[in-house]
Ligand binder design. Structure first.
Ligand code: FPP
Length: 246
């Protein structure tokens, strides 16, 4: 059994990692405020943390990493903050395209990309297209994503399929419904991490979180690290998942 042990703090069984980890990257604004910096500096630091964590996830052999980058509600933020987040994403995707063939990281986006700037939409589609055959870690970026919005869109698409005779409304399983979601074909998250001391789901992966384990920490996202990820995994490995059984 390959163990990763950090002092006496925690121990991770690297042979039994969760298959899918999802993260609400929260606390960028507070991180910046504590330093007397603009909120946009917090997002820039958060984007750095994302790079570190995504690279580490790939290196340790995690299969799926899903991050909440921009919610359907985040449009309410000041335009300069929205623009800064979009520009960080654009920068990241350019880098990712340059590295994908080497890293074999597969990228996907959960959310309605249509309100995004056309060049950002093109970049998203390009990264998905280039990496669709890769079999390394799959990184899903939730962008203009909302859990309720996702379920509603799935319901509408399914209803339309019923109207057109492509689906039978009397026979629908949970598994089949899952195939109408952005996450079609991807296993549900085993572990959902929310840093920054908040303990809410905030419209994240509402359908998929049914049996997820939750891990909260007071660390703000820009201060989150490889070590913090391992700590979260160690906590996950100490839990007993019963899926409603005993
Ligand atoms: C929540 O913190 C964070 C966001 C809404 C944006 C997350 C975006 C990034 C980390 C950068 C771009 C992403 C990638 C994938 C390159 P908050 O602003 O709500 O923090 P607060 O609660 O402290 O104000």
């Amino acid at each position: 059994m390959a163990l990763f042990q950090k002092k006496a703090d925690y121990q991770v069984d690297m042979d039994h990692l969760p298959q899918h980890i999802a993260i609400i990257m929260d606390g960028n604004g507070r991180w910046a405020k504590k330093r007397g910096l603009p909120r946009t500096a917090g997002h820039a630091a958060g984007a750095e943390t994302f790079r570190t964590v995504a690279t580490f996830a790939k290196d340790i052999g995690l299969q799926y990493l899903t991050v909440y980058a921009f919610s359907t509600e985040n449009w309410k933020r000041p335009p300069e903050e929205v623009a800064a987040i979009m520009s960080l994403l654009e920068k990241y995707l350019h880098e990712a395209i340059g590295r994908m063939a080497r890293d074999k990281v597969k990228m996907a986006f959960f959310g309605d990309l249509s309100p995004l700037a056309p060049k950002l939409q093109t970049l998203c589609h390009e990264t998905e297209e280039i990496s669709k055959g890769y079999d390394g870690c799959q990184v899903n970026i939730c962008l203009n994503y909302g859990g309720r919005d996702e379920v509603m869109r799935a319901a509408m698409a399914y209803a339309q399929a019923c109207v057109e005779g492509r689906a039978d409304p009397n026979h629908l399983t949970q598994e089949q419904f899952g195939n109408w979601l952005y996450s079609a074909g991807i296993p549900d998250p085993d572990l959902i991490i929310r840093p920054s001391g908040e303990q809410r789901i905030s419209n994240f992966l509402l359908w998929q979180c049914a049996y997820a384990e939750f891990y909260y920490t007071d660390v703000l996202w820009p201060d989150f690290s490889k070590d913090e990820l391992l700590k979260a995994i160690a906590s996950y490995q100490n839990r007993s998942r019963r899926y409603g059984g005993i």
